[in-house]
Design a protein around this ligand. Structure first.
Ligand SMILES: *Cc1c(COP(=O)(O)O)cnc(C)c1O
Length: 427
């Protein structure tokens, strides 16, 4: 595989950007080698600057559920751009996208658009604190909610991959109100409520963990969080930035039939452009300025290009037939990798919920960060390289989710399974 152009671009990029990248997870630090520079994407494929083609299971880290450069999404962006790229005033597109999201997720009675998942979670927590007049929050070990100070505590893949337990630069005061419980373990949550009675503003959780690799919730876990939050008058926040429109068209809250108080969104709802949103119960959302006292703003929030791209993407995944096919493709991939590993005699734990999956090189069933982190990173790195050399682009870390799109046809999945068979045998 010739990657000469990527090699020289990476050399230049390292003089311009820390580590040569504009988001650390892109840097291939955990798997060795160096990042590829991408020239373009088309459907399920990425093409690097040297002309190599890859089947893409990163999909921009989740957003591209309709694949790269879907003609409907591209057209929506082009048409929107002709009308101007930003107004700093309301446009009808915001109403359309909000209504579309609310049809998928009826628990969202009112929402606010922002520009990234990080902004969404940061704002939702500020709101939970404003609403409850309390300061402490509970998050889960291994869950990632963006890079806001108070959330950069035991935060999963990106941080774990680099071996930074916490980030320097986060003031201890900012993190001191962040309490950490174990995913899938209600007792650790209950213990925090007992230790800090009447002081916990919110619980934030990835309802299906995706940022330590895919870890599904145990039966009863999410329901238990709902009960504890209700009992203690604490705001339950489902961070569905990744799982929204990924594990089910109505997100994890629909799949597991749990009603969070607030939901944070991002990724898919922007159709590949930068967007986030937070929303939920009207009574809580009424606290947000200018209706209420909790301040939160954004120069480019509700951007017409992003709204248009999001609308086009959601339109494409509205039908049940699309979801039947997505589920079928994802299940086929899951089964194919599992049986390839069995044939090769390599112990793996294959997890999947909807269109999100992870292959853990481990003999331990992943249920929380402690059971996830024992996975064999070296072996994953070798698998990753073999897959890449043979034209399959996986996330460059053991502790990430893989994603499929509506463009991952039977043919594409079959080719991937064949490549996985070769790669696993070669380990
Ligand atoms: C990606 C992600 C975020 C952060 O979103 P950005 O747009 O990268 O700021 C927050 N929460 C979850 C669950 C995510 O997967």
């Amino acid at each position: 595989m010739d990657i000469q152009k990527s090699v020289s671009l990476f050399q230049e990029a390292q003089t311009l950007f820390p580590g040569g990248v504009n988001s650390p997870v892109r840097a291939f630090r955990a798997v060795g080698g160096q990042p590829l520079f991408i020239a373009r994407g088309e459907g399920p494929y990425l093409f690097d600057v040297d002309g190599n083609r890859y089947i893409d299971y990163v999909l921009s880290w989740g957003p591209l559920i309709t694949g790269h450069a879907h003609p409907d999404v591209v057209k929506a962006i082009q048409e929107a751009a002709l009308q101007g790229t930003s107004y700093g005033a309301p446009s009808p597109l915001e109403i359309e996208l909000a209504k579309s999201i609310m049809e998928f997720m009826p628990n969202i009675e009112m929402l606010r658009f922002v520009n990234s998942g990080t902004e969404a979670t940061m704002s939702a927590l500020r709101l939970a604190r404003a609403y409850t007049k309390r300061e402490k929050i509970i998050k889960f070990d291994g869950c990632y909610h963006g890079h806001a100070d108070m959330l950069l505590v035991q935060a999963g893949s990106g941080v774990a991959t680099l071996g930074l337990p916490d980030s320097p630069g986060v003031p201890s005061a900012a993190a001191s109100d962040t309490l950490v419980a174990q995913f899938n373990d209600l007792e650790t949550v209950d213990a925090l409520f007992k230790k800090y009675p009447g002081r916990i503003a919110g619980i934030i959780v990835e309802p299906v963990a995706g940022n330590m690799g895919v870890v599904p919730p145990r039966p009863g876990f999410l329901q238990g969080l709902r009960s504890l939050a209700t009992q203690h008058e604490t705001v339950l926040i489902f961070d569905e930035v990744m799982t929204g429109f990924r594990v089910h068209k109505g997100g994890a809250q629909t799949l597991y039939n749990i009603k969070p108080d607030l939901t944070t969104l991002g990724k898919v709802i922007g159709g590949g452009l930068p967007v986030g949103a937070y929303g939920g119960k009207r009574e809580i959302m009424q606290m947000v300025a200018p209706l209420g006292p909790m301040y939160q703003a954004g120069t480019l929030s509700g951007n017409p290009l992003a709204m248009s791209a999001g609308l086009a993407a959601l339109e494409l995944i509205r039908g049940d037939e699309v979801w039947r096919k997505l589920e079928q493709a994802a299940a086929k991939l899951e089964a194919g990798i599992s049986s390839a590993a069995k044939h090769a005699g390599i112990p793996i734990q294959q997890t999947r919920v909807g269109t999100m999956f992870t292959t853990f090189f481990s003999e331990t069933k992943p249920v929380d960060w402690n059971t996830v982190k024992v996975a064999d990173k070296i072996r994953f790195g070798k698998f990753f390289q073999k897959m890449l050399e043979n034209g399959v682009y996986l996330a460059p870390s053991q502790f990430e989710a893989g994603f499929i799109s509506t463009m991952h046809t039977d043919e594409v999945i079959d080719a991937t399974i064949a490549t996985a068979e070769l790669a696993l045998k070669a380990l």
